[in-house]
Design a binder for this molecule. Structure first.
Ligand code: ADP
Length: 210
């Protein structure tokens, strides 16, 4: 492997199992002999002090314009990408990010109705044109996700189940257009099955070239 690292993102609706899966994938990487300092686990929106502040602002239950929300999300992405993700990739690290650009398309375009080309254009600036090498999309019926999420239920209730159905559909549409990069995993099965599927793709990316 050259000096430049690998960028892996995890996507899916809230409660689809991203954070649980990321922790388990990290454990497997460590077991396979990858050193802890070679792995960066990060999350969007967030990842830098400034982006974390924006995350707190975005989490507040204040009504806002979808476009205003987009600018805040992209502002956080730019800071995170420039100051944390790219430097880590430059050092040859495996960067694992909980949500990235696909979330913006699924939520802001398919969920909230912002214009696809506008988001594409602005996101190119925010992401510095960085694209993941691999994206694991955990596909799950929002009704099941809602059952699994006990403490974040109000988030679902305020946006509504149909919103999450649009987001789910959006993710699947994105996956159809980027079959090589986005791998869809059926998240309704046991965690072990979900983990084994995700690991297959991660392992092929990280160790496949040896
Ligand atoms: P996300 O990070 O996508 O919001 P989490 O990883 O927090 O989702 O998972 C939401 C809840 O669902 C957690 O309580 C987690 O333990 C549980 N969970 C995750 N994957 C599965 C699975 N395959 N089957 C059953 N429950 C799961």
């Amino acid at each position: 492997m050259g000096r430049w690292g690998k960028f892996i993102t995890f996507e899916g609706i809230d409660g689809s199992g991203k954070s649980t899966l990321i922790s388990a994938i990290k454990e497997r990487l460590l077991k396979k002999g990858i050193k802890e300092e070679k792995i960066l686990i990060t999350k969007e929106p967030g990842g830098t002090d400034f982006a974390e502040l924006l995350r707190d602002v975005l989490a507040k239950k204040v009504d806002r314009e979808p476009l205003a929300e987009l600018f805040a999300l992209l502002s956080a992405r730019y800071d995170h990408t420039k100051r944390k993700i790219i430097p880590a990739l430059r050092e040859g690290k495996i960067v694992i990010c909980d949500r990235y650009s696909d979330s913006t398309f699924a939520y802001q375009v398919f969920g909230k109705g912002l214009e696809y080309y506008l988001v594409t254009h602005l996101n190119k600036i925010a992401s510095l044109k960085l694209k993941p090498d691999l994206t694991i999309l955990i596909d799950l019926d929002p009704k099941i996700a809602l059952e699994r999420l006990k403490d974040k239920r109000d988030h679902y209730e305020s946006l509504g189940l149909e919103f999450f159905e649009r987001v789910r559909y959006g993710y699947l549409a994105l996956a159809k257009r980027a079959k090589k990069r986005i791998k869809v995993i059926d998240g309704s099965r046991s965690f072990e099955d979900v983990l084994n599927d995700a690991w297959f793709y991660v392992e092929s990316l990280i160790f496949g070239e040896e």
